[in-house]
Design a protein around this ligand. Structure first.
Ligand code: 4AD
Ligand code: MG
Length: 459
């Protein structure tokens, strides 16, 4: 008996005797002496048609198989005389794991994304979410392959940490103290906590990745990060995955070129390798998807300094909820205006004012700006944030003081600027935002298996 996945059977060149598939019933149609079952096993978007004939020993059970039921089918793969499919299986044996009752919530019809979010445990059984998570898996694997082929070392940075890389204070505290353990006005309650000091979940693996880049050359991390931003937007999650390459002997220009190459490579790979799944999004989610993916692959990204971006926005005459002016951080609406309306393609904005960026970014010679860069794409806004890092100990010291960081806590980070410090750069790519870009999906909640956002931690 040859047990296999539907994906492989559907790409067969010849009929095959003695195959077995295991999966879930999508639909059943009955004729006089047989039933058609459409089975999906998650291996690809398409299901396979099964013919269950009267001669089966449990034929009377076939008529009770409704959407969601779990079965194993043994039989022969043969050309299908019906329209719309090349192959079908003529069943010789059908084993039923479990009948799904008529109350199965995902009866075959279109469900809204909002409804399916309340069914997080079942939504991967739908065509759309099956496709999202196959693409997510393929993309993750390709990211590893991309770095591996370029001799990057894959680094696991800690999830529990005492540093706040971004200095934005969006931290989830981690403690083993109970609320009642905290005495009122106690000076240093954290000294009694598990790690003996204030601890939280990481917002970025960058600082640790820098230490390894300054030893191993080119490294990257790819892991979960956590931010307690209370912004309920369609682009922010409290738990999301970030890809962070960090490269020694690398300046901002090289960093930007590498980020562009990285995005372009991934879009191009996924467009080819996940053709069937991407096709579903082009048909049902974003009719302009293929066009926008092609634009990313074919056109070089625009690069403009922050100052010019602000000028374009000021002169645009467009109305924004947040006014634009030099020295203020760009909001999503501004970023989207630039990428969607003005340039109609990805844009890299670089050299931001020092006062709106974290301490670790390298101060430019003008002393007003830092060597920062953000990659902005249509529909999403910022997908990558990165910079050249401040490698000069004295300047770093000054920037820490200026941004209100306690340099004693970051003594190890400072040390790296004393013993063989070199120019180095890196960036962070929001993995979910990349999947949104690849699929045309507009809400981050629909590209994470079990999304965590303010007030939502079901499943
Ligand atoms: O721009 P950010 O904050 O950069 C850093 O954390 C740097 N330490 C990265 C580095 O240089 N190694 O975040 C990087 C990216 C953003 O561009 C965005 O795509 C994504 O992470 N991101 C989020 N994605 C989903 N939900 C959130 N709340 C996100 N916050 C940032
Ligand atoms: Mg950013």
């Amino acid at each position: 008996m040859h047990k296999t996945k539907i994906k492989h059977l559907l790409s067969s060149d010849t009929p095959v005797k003695g195959v077995q598939i295991k999966g879930w019933v999508r639909t059943r149609r009955d004729s006089k002496n047989f039933s058609f079952l459409e089975i999906n096993d998650g291996s690809c978007l398409s299901g396979i048609q099964v013919i269950a004939e009267e001669g089966l020993e449990n034929y009377d059970h076939m008529r009770r198989l409704s959407t969601g039921s779990a079965i194993a089918v043994s039989g022969d793969l043969r050309p299908s005389p019906g329209k719309g499919q090349k192959w079908e299986i003529l069943a010789s044996h059908v084993h039923i794991y479990q009948f799904a009752p008529e109350t199965y919530p995902l009866q075959k019809k279109r469900h809204t994304d909002e409804f399916l979010r309340t069914m997080g445990h079942l939504r991967p059984r739908t065509n759309k979410f099956g496709a999202v998570f196959r693409i997510r898996s393929e993309t993750a694997l390709e990211i590893h392959r991309f770095f591996h082929e370029r001799n990057f070392i894959y680094l696991h940075t800690p999830i529990l940490t005492a540093s706040d890389c971004e200095g934005a204070g969006e931290l989830f505290r981690v403690t083993t103290l109970e609320p009642g353990d905290m005495k009122k006005d106690e000076a240093d309650v954290y000294s009694r906590d598990f790690f003996g000091r204030k601890t939280h979940l990481t917002v970025s693996g960058q600082l640790e990745a820098e230490m390894f880049a300054l030893a191993l050359g080119d490294v990257y991390t790819f892991g979960p990060t956590f931010r307690a931003e209370n912004s309920n937007t369609s682009r922010h999650a409290s738990e999301f995955w970030m890809v962070e390459p960090e490269m020694a002997f690398c300046d901002l220009a090289e960093n930007m070129a590498f980020a562009e190459q990285f995005i372009r490579h991934l879009v191009s790979h996924v467009r080819t390798c996940c053709e069937e799944d991407i096709g579903l999004f082009a048909r049902f989610v974003d009719p302009s998807l293929m066009e926008s993916l092609a634009a990313i692959i074919e056109k070089p990204f625009i690069q403009i300094p922050y100052g010019e971006a602000v000028e374009i926005l000021e002169k645009s005459g467009a109305r924004f909820d947040f006014p634009v002016s030099y020295g203020k951080d760009l909001q999503t609406e501004h970023e989207r205006f630039l990428a969607e309306k003005h340039f109609r393609q990805p844009v890299i904005i670089h050299d931001y004012p020092r006062n709106i960026k974290p301490f670790y970014m390298r101060l430019n010679d003008d002393e007003k700006t830092v060597a920062a860069m953000d990659v902005i794409v249509p529909r999403i806004g910022e997908i990558i944030g990165g910079s050249q890092r401040e490698e000069r100990a004295d300047v770093l010291d000054m920037r820490m003081a200026e941004t209100g960081l306690d340099a004693r806590q970051y003594w190890w980070y400072m040390d790296s600027r004393r013993y063989g410090s070199v120019p180095h750069s890196g960036f962070g790519l929001g993995f979910e935002r990349l999947i949104m870009l690849l699929t045309g999906i507009s809400n981050i909640r629909d590209v994470i298996p079990f999304p965590r956002t303010p007030g939502n931690i079901d499943f």
